[in-house]
Ligand binder design. Structure first.
Ligand code: UD1
Length: 417
């Protein structure tokens, strides 16, 4: 089992390129099987979750090849669920998104209920309610869900919560439904816009992605498409926080300011200096950090996927900060580990963390409890006095491309052993 060994207290400096977004590439890969043809996803991130989803597609008889630049070619002409790998689907929540395209292509699908990070209950009621509104019959039994629809029929779906995954699944189903589908209270995340752009390249007729109301005029058939997905805004935010954590000065390349606003505003409120110029962001963390309050929310609110990393930073900001988590139930899992590093954090009712800033964290042996919490602990180690060992880094490998290599190139003393 690999661990990261970090010698803290090195200021980061230099340029870092941001990879393409895991949360964009996964739904896009799932949607490629809507087409009876070949799609190419350029410059996919070189991470575990992407390879797991490729294996899921292979188990559905899609031909998947990946070249040395991580361009993924998917030929789904011979789609079949005969050898479907439900163990893999059960491992990763995003793999559940193949459900919509599978039913659309084969008329029926029986797949395992989703797994993923243990950050909360993560039910799928909104997905299934939405599919029923599009004319599907849904049966749930013994850890599996079976969905039947000779063809989806356009309908109106009001999401009780703007779920990212449910919005994505319903966009895919609506794209080749008979008639028009309306998704109200849709998620507005940038990755929804990216998926809509890919589906449109396949021939789908979608308007309103990025707003709460999405309209989809169903078409008879979609064809394969070539697409380069958006940058990973969570990786970019993690790097911004890494600069602030180490009093460093770094230039983040390949981003879009508009989609980074929640992180930009909250870090500026803490005193961090950020200059945006075209597709680059210069972050100067050599400042006195101030305590702030954060509440996670669906986009355009502060993203839950950056909460753990910000929590680490707030541990060394002067004053008392609060972090309220409203998206997932179980997202303060790294707090006991941060306390081992000297953090002063109280959890109130499981939903709010109250953080009294300390001057410095100190290195310790800690274990990543999940993907983003693991990233938060690595950042804490970079800013801490002394040595930190981070165990369970396979969680972090699921979502960050060459994390330690990018950090080391910025001057961090971090090694994988
Ligand atoms: C996606 C992201 C994840 C991010 C999350 C919120 C991917 C692959 N993952 O996850 O990194 O943290 O958005 O930005 O893109 N819910 C229900 N019923 C449902 C569906 C969701 O109650 O049927 C709840 C969930 O339990 C959770 C909340 O809605 O509390 C948000 O979940 P959702 O937006 O669906 O997140 P994911 O798509 O799973």
């Amino acid at each position: 089992m690999c661990k990261f060994y970090i010698k803290g207290n090195n200021r980061l400096s230099g340029d870092v390129n941001i990879s393409s977004a895991k949360n964009s590439v996964l739904p896009i890969l799932a949607s490629t099987i809507l087409a009876d043809g070949v799609s190419v996803i350029n410059n996919a991130p070189n991470i575990e979750d992407v390879y797991v989803l490729c294996d899921v597609l292979r188990s559905l008889s899609a031909e998947v090849t990946i070249d040395k630049n991580n361009n993924i070619m998917i030929d789904s002409k011979k789609l079949s669920d005969k050898n479907i790998d439900n163990d893999l689907i059960g491992k990763m929540r995003a793999a559940f998104l193949v459900l919509g395209p599978l039913v659309a292509r084969l008329g029926k699908a029986r797949i395992s209920l989703p797994g993923g990070c243990k950050i909360g209950a993560r039910p799928i009621d909104l997905y299934l309610k939405g599919l029923k509104s599009l004319g599907a019959t849904v049966k749930e039994e013994c850890g599996y869900v079976e969905v039947t629809a000779t063809r989806f029929v356009g309908g109106t779906v009001f999401l009780d919560y703007p779920s990212v995954g449910a919005t994505e699944l319903l966009m895919m189903a609506g794209a080749i439904a008979d008639g028009t589908t309306y998704i109200e209270n849709a998620a507005r995340e940038p990755e929804i816009v990216d998926l809509a752009m890919f589906l449109k390249k396949m021939g789908a007729r979608i308007t309103g992605a990025g707003t709460s109301s999405i309209y989809i005029k169903g078409v008879k058939k979609l064809s394969g498409a070539t697409y380069t997905p958006m940058f990973d805004r969570i990786e970019a935010g993690t790097m911004m926080i890494a600069a602030a954590m180490t009093k460093g000065k770094i230039n983040i390349i390949g981003v879009k300011e508009e989609w980074m606003k929640p992180a930009i505003f909250k870090l500026r409120e803490m005193g961090v200096k950020i200059n945006c110029n075209g597709n680059q962001m210069f972050v100067d963390g050599d400042v006195d950090l101030r305590a702030i309050d954060i509440t996670t929310m669906p986009h355009p609110g502060f993203p839950t996927d950056l909460q753990s990393q910000m929590l680490s930073l707030l541990c060394i900001a002067e004053g008392t900060s609060t972090v309220k988590e409203t998206v997932f139930e179980n997202r303060f899992v790294q707090v006991p580990e941060l306390r081992r590093m000297g953090a002063d954090i109280k959890i109130i009712d499981g939903k709010v963390a109250s953080i009294n800033g300390v001057q410095k964290l100190t290195g310790a042996s800690v274990a990543a409890p999940d993907l983003r919490a693991g990233a938060g602990l690595i950042l804490a180690g970079l800013g801490a006095q002394g040595d930190t060992e981070v165990d369970n880094i396979y969680f972090v490998d699921r979502g960050y491309v060459a994390f330690e290599e990018k950090l080391a190139a910025l001057g961090a003393d971090i090694e994988r052993k």
